[in-house]
Design a protein around this ligand. Structure first.
Ligand SMILES: [Cu+2]
Length: 286
């Protein structure tokens, strides 16, 4: 059996009049609406820098950062906001122009001049893929480095008595329950308190658990957050480096009064801490 070579072959139509990619890019950039969208894009990018600064500033309203961990977290929030700005800005600028610019076009106006779509332009496609990949790769690397830094500041999962710090960490048992926090100082006469009082510049090591449901122990301005699970102990640590009173909240929806499950951490001097312990019948045994 032979194939009839005269039969019409079902092939996609190959455009013969398509201009060079560089020319098409120039033509595309010369369109008035592209120029206007680019102007909005540039303005938005410039605006996002003070917005990122404001976000970090609002994070500091209650007095933080009060630990090196929180300093690193704020840096990360700032960098992620800045790096994701171009993508957010291009989306928003097209949206804004569509609402304000094209929103006013009436049916009587002639259709806009058309040319080959930019999505088939090799230069544009490669530039877009390369730029977004570079931004994403930068964020992944930044995130991994920051994660390692923060984990080392929080002492990872190394028990308190095996940590290499010059100052011996204070062990603190944190117990969550619906809907309050209890702190116990096992090495200091088992003193118990419903607010957390700690000395400045001393490493703290938390043994966190729950009496009922899953809660989450969040020391806001110190950048520490870990699940409190019933029947298990989770560990984290931090070294407060700023005197003052900061917030502790539950960060896991745990029932009716979850929103009110909060208390304070008071970072005081070593002398104030020792006398606070004495008042409560405890004394430093280590
Ligand atoms: Cu809770």
């Amino acid at each position: 059996m032979s194939i009839d070579s005269d039969a019409p072959v079902d092939q996609p139509e190959i455009p013969t009049n398509r201009p060079e990619p560089t020319h098409r890019l120039k033509e595309w950039l010369s369109r008035p609406y592209v120029k206007r969208i680019l102007i909005i894009f540039i303005v938005l990018n410039i605006l996002i820098i003070p917005i990122a600064w404001l976000v970090v500033h609002f994070m500091e309203l209650s007095g933080g950062p009060a630990s090196s961990i929180m300093v690193e977290l704020e840096k990360t929030v700032f960098v992620f906001t800045i790096v994701s700005a171009p993508l957010m800005a291009i989306t928003a600028s097209i949206l804004i122009y569509s609402l304000l610019g094209w929103g006013r076009v009436t049916g009587e106006e002639p259709p806009m001049q058309e040319s080959p779509a930019i999505r088939t332009n090799g230069i544009a496609v490669v530039a877009w893929a390369a730029a977004t990949s570079l931004l994403a790769a930068f964020l992944v690397i930044w995130g991994l480095v920051e994660l390692a830094t923060i984990t080392s500041y929080a002492y990872g999962s190394t028990p308190a008595n095996q940590q290499p710090n010059a100052t011996k960490p204070i062990d603190i048992n944190v117990t969550a329950q619906q809907w309050l926090w209890t702190f116990e100082y096992p090495d200091d006469g088992k003193v118990q308190s419903d607010i957390l009082v700690v000395p400045i510049n001393t490493p703290l090591y938390f043994n966190v658990t729950s009496k009922d449901v899953v809660h989450n122990f969040w020391v806001v301005e110190l950048g520490v957050k870990i699940d409190a699970n019933p029947g298990a102990i989770t560990n984290t640590g931090v070294t407060p480096d700023k005197l003052g009173t900061f917030n502790i909240r539950c960060a896991e929806l745990c029932g009716l009064h979850h929103a009110y499950m909060e208390t304070k951490i008071e970072v005081v001097t070593q002398e104030q801490f020792d006398s606070w312990l004495r008042e409560r019948g405890g004394k430093r045994t280590v």
